[in-house]
Ligand binder design. Structure first.
Ligand code: NAD
Length: 283
């Protein structure tokens, strides 16, 4: 029985050395797999959905933005793979629980926790609602998503990929303390789960993007320029000077790394934080 057939029959993720895939095509392929991607309607999440569809994965796309979700659904169901689009606001433990109830028993074997927000705000102006909302979307939703996933997968194991940020390691931009806290939490959660559940069949890793041109970052840049927010413009110039590749990245450049981690190419990659940042963290 080849690896893919075995996976289709058992739903078990191959984390051992016993069933070594023989060809590169087979190692990269996600055929017979099912991936849940949050924040799939835009930017990095959208690019991940497109690459995963190309690799043959069935998809569960989740986002708060229905229109964007429908467009990505249409774009990703061209290869005979099944695509389910679920419009959901992931802030709140109950919302996450409801999502998993909707999905069950058709549980994915891989989740990519990508949905996130990055509003700027002066630390001294931050009130409880603003702070809690950032944590709800960026950190708590990931916490509950992983818990539901591990419970539902049980002994079948699975793959978790969390999207953090370079800001968790180097808080470079002003007015982002709330965001840095949330993304540092995602890193801590990733490493804790990798330690606690690695031996139980779960591979858990996180990706740290930086300087990726997406609708989210584009709108921030536009706002800074049109409102002549000089501190943001200055931060942008300093930021760019640290990019040793000399340019911003494309969402697909993150998606390819996420695909690598989800595939058997990364079968021995565990508990890591992989920057995809054009060299930002390297200097
Ligand atoms: P984006 O704004 O283009 O896309 C984010 C998606 O998340 C949107 O489709 C949005 O609707 C969805 N979303 C937001 N709140 C949600 C909620 N409560 N429930 C469900 N969906 C929700 O952003 P992006 O730039 O593609 O960022 C994606 C992820 O990458 C985020 O977690 C972000 O923090 C992280 N990141 C991005 C960069 C970058 O340079 N773009 C850098 C570091 C980290």
């Amino acid at each position: 029985m080849n690896k893919i057939t075995a996976l289709e029959k058992t739903g078990k993720i191959n984390l051992s050395l016993k069933e070594e895939p023989s060809s590169l095509n087979e190692i990269v392929s996600l055929k017979g797999r099912k991936t849940l991607i949050s924040g799939a309607a835009s930017g990095i999440g959208r690019a991940i959905a497109i690459r995963f569809a190309e690799a043959g994965s069935d998809l569960i796309l989740v986002d708060i933005d229905k229109k964007g979700l429908d467009e990505v659904k249409e774009k990703t169901q061209l290869n005979g793979n099944a695509v389910l689009a679920l419009c959901s606001d992931l802030s709140g433990k109950d919302a996450v629980r409801d999502l998993w109830e909707t999905i069950s028993p058709d549980v994915p074997d891989t989740i990519v926790n990508n949905a996130g927000i990055y509003p700027f705000k002066d630390y001294l102006q931050i009130d409880r609602n603003f702070y809690e909302n950032t944590l709800e979307v960026n950190l708590n939703s990931v916490f509950w998503m992983c818990q539901n996933f591990i419970r539902k997968r049980g002994s079948r194991g699975g793959i978790i990929i969390n999207i953090s940020s370079i800001e968790a390691l180097i808080p470079f931009k002003e007015d982002m303390a709330h965001y840095s806290v949330s993304k540092a939490g995602v890193m801590a959660l990733t490493r804790s789960l990798a330690r606690d559940y690695g031996r139980k069949g779960f591979r858990v890793n996180c990706v740290l993007p930086g300087a990726i041109r997406t609708p989210g970052t584009e709108s921030l840049v536009k706002k800074a320029i049109t409102k002549l927010q000089l501190n943001l413009i200055r931060a942008g110039i300093n930021f760019n000077s640290r990019l040793t590749l000399g340019r911003w990245g494309k969402p697909d450049e993150v998606a390819k790394v996420v695909l690598f981690i989800a595939s058997d190419m990364a079968s021995y990659v565990q508990g890591t934080m992989i920057p995809v940042d054009g060299g930002f963290l390297s200097c």
